[in-house]
Design a protein. Sequence first.
Length: 427
Amino acid sequence: MAQTTTFTPNWSFSKKLYFRLSFCYLALYIIPFPLGNLPFSNYPYMAVFNFWKWITTLVAENIFHIQNFKILFNGSGDKTSDYIKLLSIAGLALIITFFWSILDRKRNNYNKLLQFFLVALRYYLAYYMLSYGMSKLFTNQFSSLSLFDLVKTYGQSSPMGLMWNFMEYSDTYTIFSGISEIIGGVLLLFRRTTKLGALITFGVMLNVFLMNVSYDIPVKLFSFHLMLIAFYILTPHLKSLINYFLLNKPIPPVQYDKYFNKRRWNITALIFKTLFISYTVVKFSIKQVERQKQYGKFAALPALYGIYEVEKFTYNNNERLPLTTDSIRWKKLIIDKNSSLIINMDDTPKGVRHLVDSSNYALELTPYKKEMNYYYKFKYSQQDSILNLEGTYYQDTLKIRLIKQDHTQFPLLKRGFNWINEYPYNR
């Protein structure tokens, strides 16, 4: 006999209290979704953003007494401001829950609200699983090992950099990870496959969260909440999952009720769902193809792309010997896709931007920080693996002879995959 619903008509006090608190916390957390993720929704998105900015600043300055508090935008999701915002959400959720419990204490259940809330959580989770999954499918989140990565030692890597290189080395594993996230996200979009989608997503996000914790990757808060939401979606099905997987008991099939009593509202919901899925898939596909061409594996390489060893370095007409104490003489020049690196003889790295004009055989190297006004301006000539640079640095003249290394001969890139290994190749 089929169950008509996964919800019960009469809730206990503790269940109602748990729902109110979890609803307030998660609803406040996912807001402003889907604003900002849909076309023509930037203004309401910014209104919500500015509200949380105001709340976070207020709490930071008046409760934690943080002077000159600023919200930074640098790619980290585990900043001080993020933790304070999370505490603010929790505090606001407790306040709302308190008044909600007093004003609505006679209600028997929140079945309808829970039904629609789970839909919102499913779409929120599916959106980000598709976003991250397609970024991996197109190998953009983890693209190619940079030339910088090939020349630095393990000890010079950060834990996050080590993990990033691990993922960047293998397109196969990166794509597999992306497909796993996409499958979980797609299954979450349909009620009949929600349980499987939430199980897959929980497993995937548990692995992601542990990697973020283990390798000091600053997406710990966000990945934890995605994992938490996947578990929350599973909570109405926990009893049936325990019966099936642990107690070896039969579970009846679930017959899902329609969301609305009127047919036109159900048709409207179906149209919205179709548009949302289509828009999301098209949006992510176009975005990832563009990123692949601009930054990823299909991005054009600069004319002087490569790793160069300095053979001869002349500074103001005086040749400088390759002494490891010399902070002026170059040891290496690395020109990568989007940036360059100068390594001096004392192993001091200097990150620079490059501008290569292949028609005029000109190379300019400029600093990342605007307050640093130095620049290198060269004319170059190439013959086979030899690169000659002649130009200026401030008022000084430079003549540099460099030899290009074949970066494809690094063992990490040369080894490749082997079905048969007579001995472990562990270096």
